[in-house]
Design a protein around this ligand. Structure first.
Ligand code: ADP
Length: 255
């Protein structure tokens, strides 16, 4: 995998990171819901330089039939990096990393989806990385969760995700690609905020038990903040729909 250029320092003398953030600061996040017409549900996220689309089809009849389960829907997930999403063209063929991330994204969302309402069906979830800059599995989960909600699939809650890591001996929230590559640890976390359930926890590198505990706390707080942004993005979408419906009703009354 081509490495990003190694910065001289990851933290400057003012305690700021290479993109000017404080250690406990998230990258800017933009969320949009329902941006694709053809999919049943969709969402788009920008988190720093990450640009990610999530789309959902289903629930629909399971195909091939032998994957169907009599008591619940089957969720399938594909995390895919576009060849142009990284510095050097990535092969479009699915890599082992993409297969692993497809599995962990699915497992981070499965516990909140009421799959038991749709026996013998399948739900297909696509996470397309258009541009990647570290933390793409977490940003992908944040977007995928919104796409499921946009598809009208009943869920217990919306899942939010964020990584925390360690750079130059200090805990830092939401690592960028260079921080991930040249830092000492990366700890992606997905949270179901109201029930305080963690559905993804992975770690690369090394942390002391007390750093781990503090880091997990930072990631959980960040997931809660992202969860509020997800709720706002959903409200915005449904407010816009309400306005269009009201305008249509008004014009019908006038006509
Ligand atoms: P995550 O994106 O969830 O942090 P990783 O820790 O595996 O997942 O990857 C960190 C970053 O490394 C990615 O976000 C991406 O910017 C970069 N990366 C991953 N795979 C490749 C690749 N095949 N070529 C170039 N860069 C890659």
């Amino acid at each position: 995998m081509p490495e990003p250029k190694q910065p001289e320092k990851l933290i400057d003398e003012k305690g700021l990171r290479i993109d000017g953030r404080r250690l406990d600061q998230l990258r800017p996040i933009k969320l949009e819901v329902g941006i694709l017409d053809k999919a049943d549900g969709s969402a788009y996220i920008e988190q720093g330089k990450n640009k990610i689309l999530a789309a959902v089809y289903g629930p629909r009849e399971a195909h091939p039939k032998h994957i169907a389960l009599p008591e619940r829907a089957v969720i399938r997930c594909r995390y895919h990096m576009a060849p142009f999403s990284v510095d050097e063209r990535k092969s479009p063929a699915p890599s082992r990393r993409e297969m692993e991330l497809s599995k962990v994204i699915r497992e981070s969302l499965e516990p909140v989806v009421l799959t038991e309402l749709y026996p013998r069906t399948m739900i297909d979830l696509f996470v397309e990385i258009l541009q990647s800059d570290g933390g793409s599995r977490c940003a992908g989960i944040t977007a995928a969760s919104l796409a499921l909600a946009d598809a009208g699939i009943p869920m217990r809650e919306i899942v939010a995700a964020c990584a925390v890591g360690k750079i130059e001996g200090k805990l830092a929230l939401d690592l960028s690609d260079a921080e991930d590559k040249y830092g000492e640890a990366d700890l992606p976390v997905a949270l179901v905020p109201n029930s305080s359930m963690i559905t993804l926890l992975q770690m690369d590198g090394s942390l002391t038990p007390s750093e781990f505990e503090r880091g997990l706390g930072m990631a959980v707080e960040a997931c809660k903040a992202i969860h509020s942004m997800q709720r706002e993005a959903l409200k915005k979408k449904y407010h816009e729909i309400k306005e269009v419906v009201e305008e249509k009703e008004e014009s019908e009354v006038i006509a």
